[in-house]
Design a protein around this ligand. Structure first.
Ligand code: ZN
Ligand code: ZN
Length: 306
């Protein structure tokens, strides 16, 4: 028996010929912990007494019942020492990554197993059901311009309202029935009435009613759906680069003149206005002329460097 113990813990040495008392150190967590194992006269392991240094006691705090259990179950001292080392080296939680809109971290103890992780994932999924149901309904019944293919972690949706007008909502996954953060994109003359509606109706928001229905009620609109319209009815290409997508951006800057309403990518319009001698910049706003109708156009620079 002592040979096996020696393999497990080379610093734990038998103090007598019979191998009743072992004294020395157990190495764990890059430290040596003082330990004394005293077996009863019949050498029965489950009645063994452990004398631990205070440092070792501290490390084993909370695991006493497991130590006791392992003492009962281990076949001999050397296999017990192996178990003890395992307790001292709590297995690290496996790395988990999940496509969720909330941070997911596993709560893990040395006794945890894959089933526990599975259960934790299940309860997290359950807690997100209302959030996903609300966004699924939006994806199904409206025209979502962005993201093109929403992942399960995406909390943001940009929903078409009409030609070059959209609302962007960012839904709190923990409070999906509350009014989401939102803003409009589009020409002022179209956006302003929507903002007014939102401001005057926001008190009508009813957490009992679905997200989509609330948005409809408050904005007093019906969202056009993908099946009713053609993509070309909504997505007008940028008037400068003639493309719809530029990297991932879509033309979100629209000429405020109702007769023009030409959309542009921010980056394209920025480059265009920068090259015009008549443009001027004040803080983060550039004033210039629309490349199409030459009416005044303003470009608010968001904090993206182009
Ligand atoms: Zn462009
Ligand atoms: Zn214009």
């Amino acid at each position: 028996m002592s040979e096996g113990v020696l393999t497990q813990c080379p610093l734990l040495l038998p103090q007598d010929v019979r191998g009743r008392v072992y004294d020395g150190f157990i190495r764990a967590q890059e430290k040596d912990f003082r330990l004394r194992v005293i077996l009863p006269t019949n050498l029965q392991l489950h009645n063994a007494r452990l004398e631990c240094s205070w440092q070792l006691r501290k490390v084993l705090q909370g695991y006493q019942h497991i130590v006791k259990q392992r003492l009962q179950q281990s076949a001999d001292l050397s296999s017990f020492m192996m178990e003890l080392k395992t307790i001292l080296y709590p297995y690290k939680a496996p790395d988990c990554c999940a496509d969720l809109p909330v941070a997911f971290s596993v709560s893990w103890t040395p006794q945890s197993n894959i089933q526990d992780i599975y259960n934790q994932v299940l309860s997290t999924l359950e807690s997100l059901k209302v959030f996903w149901d609300a966004l699924d309904e939006i994806d199904r019944k409206t025209w979502v311009l962005e993201p093109e293919k929403p992942t399960r972690s995406a909390t943001m949706r940009r929903i078409a309202i009409g030609n070059n007008v959209s609302i962007t909502i960012d839904v709190d996954p923990r409070h999906p029935t509350m009014f989401p953060e939102s803003y409009f994109l589009g020409a002022d003359h179209v956006v302003q009435p929507l903002k007014d509606k939102l401001n005057s109706n926001v008190h009508l928001w009813d957490p009992e009613v679905g997200l989509l229905q609330n948005l409809k009620d408050i904005l007093e609109i019906d969202f056009p759906s993908r099946s009713d319209f053609d993509k070309s009815d909504f997505t007008m290409d940028c008037g400068i680069c003639y493309a719809y997508r530029l990297d991932s951006a879509i033309p979100e800057q629209v000429c405020d003149d109702p007769h023009c309403a030409q959309p542009f990518h921010q980056a394209c319009l920025y480059e265009w206005l920068k090259g015009l001698p008549s443009s001027r910049q004040s803080f983060n706003i550039i004033y210039g002329e629309c490349p199409y109708c030459t009416k005044p156009i303003t470009l608010k620079l968001l904090n993206k460097p182009f």
